[in-house]
Design a binder for this molecule. Structure first.
Ligand code: PMP
Ligand code: GLN
Length: 391
């Protein structure tokens, strides 16, 4: 977790957001939306604070939220969960991920991740004393090769992390990939950690939870969060769901991480989970159209764009512009062009970084005018910045 100098290193998101602020740049880096949470949710949270919901919530989360999470899993996926034993509310998906990895890893365990991967997976696996075993995803569709998966998983594998829909690529995994992941977990005895925070931001068709793959449920901890679905990333209300024995282990760790999570936000997220289908459809459609806007804009720079199927982000390969090191470029972009993006290489480990070295992730969960302005700046400035970098 330390940087090259040995001092604690800020995450890439903090570093890039600080650059955005320092240069007044358009921040298409960190994944937080320009949208506000639905008004009724904001009113519930504000009324909660005014009415005294200011002391510790129950450690597992307030019952109405656990009921709403269970009802949501039944309504959207046909998965039946007991709010009493199969659901734990966490301080964002981040805490659910940490509690799950800490619950099931011991020093020397293997954690298999599909790479590139969200930064907290590697940090927490290392805090748990585990080794990471990354399986690279390959452009353009960002699926793993099944033989790589086969080779990565062994009897030491404690957890296989499956982030679907996927950050940073916006990919969704095929049925063949999902079945292979479940089979690998069955063979090795590993727990599946399904990070599905982008479950409602699927552009075409429906999200399919990993826990619904035949044979998966009994070994799957599913993690999600109200942050992305309800445009409330700062509220940090997440959850883990699954069979009671796994959730009991997650709950045991969670109680010593944060103990409990924001009591005023919990009834607001419970309300959100019960909103009509039209809310979820409109939210996904709004992001889908902004992904097209950003993708078209990036394509007009000459970059190769991997169109996302879900989520907050578009990945562009800048290799056609002559960029070989998108990390160096990303550090110059805020000052040079007033735009912030996140290099995809930072989500990868040294053996596979090269696969993603020329790729940049840009967030489309921003206002349309911001996307239009940012892509205009890139179209005008990127070719000469890229060739200056080459020279
Ligand atoms: N997993 C993934 C894949 C994410 O992109 C994020 C948010 N950036 C999280 C987990 C963390 O979610 P939360 O903000 O609810 O902790
Ligand atoms: N999940 C967000 C992203 O990928 C950022 C979360 C964070 O800043 N830790 O951009």
């Amino acid at each position: 977790l330390l940087g090259a100098s040995g001092a604690p290193a800020p995450t890439i998101f903090e570093e890039m957001t600080a650059l955005a602020q320092a240069h007044g740049a358009l921040n298409l880096g960190q994944g937080f939306p320009d949208d506000e949470p639905p008004r009724p949710l904001r009113e519930i949270a504000a009324a909660g604070i005014a009415a005294g919901a200011n002391q510790y919530a129950p450690g597992s989360g307030i019952l109405p939220l656990r009921e709403a999470i269970a009802a949501h899993q039944e309504r959207f996926y046909g998965l039946t969960l007991s709010p009493a034993t199969d659901v734990v509310v966490t301080t964002g998906a981040t805490e659910a991920i940490a509690a799950t990895l800490l619950a099931f890893c011991t020093p020397g365990s293997n954690v298999v991740v599909l790479e590139p991967f969200y930064d907290s997976y590697g940090a927490i696996a290392r805090l748990a004393g585990a080794e990471l075993n990354p399986v690279p995803l390959h452009a353009p569709d960002f699926q793993p090769r099944l033989e790589d998966l086969e080779a990565a998983v062994d009897e030491n594998t404690a957890v296989i992390i499956v982030n679907d829909p996927h950050n940073p690529t916006g990919a969704r995994f095929t049925e063949a990939t999902r079945r292979a992941l479940v089979a690998a977990a069955q063979r090795s005895g590993a727990v599946l950690l399904a990070d599905e925070v982008y479950e409602h931001l699927v552009f075409d068709g429906e999200h399919r939870p990993l826990a619904a793959v035949p044979g998966a449920f009994d070994r799957t901890v599913t993690v999600s969060s109200g942050g992305k679905t309800f445009s409330a990333t700062g509220w940090k209300i997440g959850w883990a769901t699954g069979p009671s024995d796994l959730i009991s282990a997650v709950r045991t760790v969670k109680q010593f991480l944060s103990y409990s999570s924001g009591p005023a936000y919990q009834p607001a997220i419970a309300e959100g989970l019960g909103l009509p289908e039209s809310f979820f459809r409109e939210r996904a459609a709004s992001l889908a159209s902004r992904a097209v806007l950003l993708g078209d804009g990036l394509e007009s720079t000459g970059a190769t764009v991997f169109r996302p199927q879900a989520g907050y982000f578009v990945v562009a390969d800048l290799a056609p512009l002559g960029v070989t090191d998108a990390t160096a470029l990303a550090r110059r972009l805020p000052a040079a062009l007033g735009v912030v993006g996140i290099p995809v290489g930072v989500f990868a480990t040294p053996p596979h970084e090269g696969l993603y070295a020329s790729m940049l992730r840009l967030a489309h969960c921003k206002r349309e005018d911001v996307i239009v302005q940012a892509t205009a700046r890139l179209r005008d400035g990127l070719p000469s910045l890229a060739s200056a970098q080459k020279g």
